[in-house]
Design a protein. Structure first.
Length: 295
């Protein structure tokens, strides 16, 4: 078997988008799971920015045996923003990952220049309403730079459930304060997503990782539409952060990107060409995401 295909055997993608969604997507969860299972992938965690996915994950598991499908929740406006009630329900439904605000965060607008969508390549049909645009962006700190009470409660719930706290699209400053708070409360599974997409410098990536946060490097960061880094810079960042603190996933599902299985294959092959060993890549694609997703 070719090395790029062998890397897929037992791989896990903790960040993959799907239909139905407010944005056009290339595959629904059943298509995703069927293709992934055929490639030998062990598990995926499905994500929508706007609604919880645990129910779809459970249904997909029934339809497509032989692969683990996990659900999640993103704390954006459509679920009440930083809403502990929504988080509690999602956890009870079996969610394995909770994202802090993404598309509705203050920092998302800074990074992408848009709210509720990503500008070119990921827009909502009909756009975002004036009502939605007029709402304040979501920021997780108070005027004293402490986590908001509802954020602390969300962190407590995630910690008690021993699932993933994903820092979403919040700013570096917010990430550092939230990660310290979460560690103080006993959180063990904290993830910073797509650092290049969020325009985090290598120094900032290292500062976050040094707090015990896993750095999730995604295929979407090196694909054409949101190209944020060359494969050389991508590989250099992974080496500096360290493979033991790094995770690989796709963050794909958009029409302009390859399907998830192909995106994982491409990323694995590119990293092989950058000098990473099979064992190195398997740590980031198999072992580390398993340590995050499984109890």
């Amino acid at each position: 078997m070719r090395n790029d295909l062998e890397l897929l055997q037992g791989a896990i993608d903790i960040h993959i988008h799907h239909a139905p969604d407010l944005y056009a997507r290339i595959q629904d969860p059943i298509d995703l799971a069927t293709e992934a299972q055929a490639a030998g992938i062990r598990a995926i965690c499905i994500k929508r920015h706007n609604f919880p996915t645990s129910g779809l994950a459970e249904l997909t598991r029934r339809v497509v045996p032989g692969i683990d499908i996990f659900g999640s929740l993103a704390c954006n406006r459509q679920v009440g923003g930083l809403n502990p009630f929504a988080v509690e329900a999602a956890i009870k439904y079996g969610a394995r990952q909770i994202w802090l605000p993404t598309i509705d965060s203050t920092n998302h607008e800074v990074v992408t220049g848009s709210v509720g969508q990503h500008g070119k390549g990921l827009t909502i049909k009909g756009g975002v309403s004036q009502y939605a645009l007029s709402q304040p962006r979501l920021y997780v700190l108070d005027e004293k730079d402490a986590p908001l009470p509802e954020v602390t409660e969300i962190i407590r719930q995630i910690t008690d459930a021993d699932i993933i706290l994903n820092l979403g699209h919040i700013s570096f400053k917010e990430m550092m304060i939230v990660a310290k708070c979460a560690k103080g409360l006993g959180a063990k599974r904290i993830v910073c997503d797509h650092p290049f997409f969020l325009k985090l410098s290598i120094e900032q990536q290292l500062a976050i990782a040094d707090l015990g946060v896993w750095m999730n490097f995604t295929a979407g960061e090196i694909l054409p539409r949101w190209w944020r880094a060359s494969i050389g810079d991508f590989a250099e960042a992974i080496r500096k952060v360290g493979i033991q603190r790094s995770v690989l996933s796709t963050d794909c599902g958009q029409l302009h990107n390859p399907p998830m299985v192909e995106s994982l294959r491409m990323m694995g092959q590119l990293l092989l060409e950058e000098g990473f060993s099979m064992d190195d890549i398997k740590i980031m694609l198999h072992h580390n995401p398993a340590a995050l997703l499984y109890p």
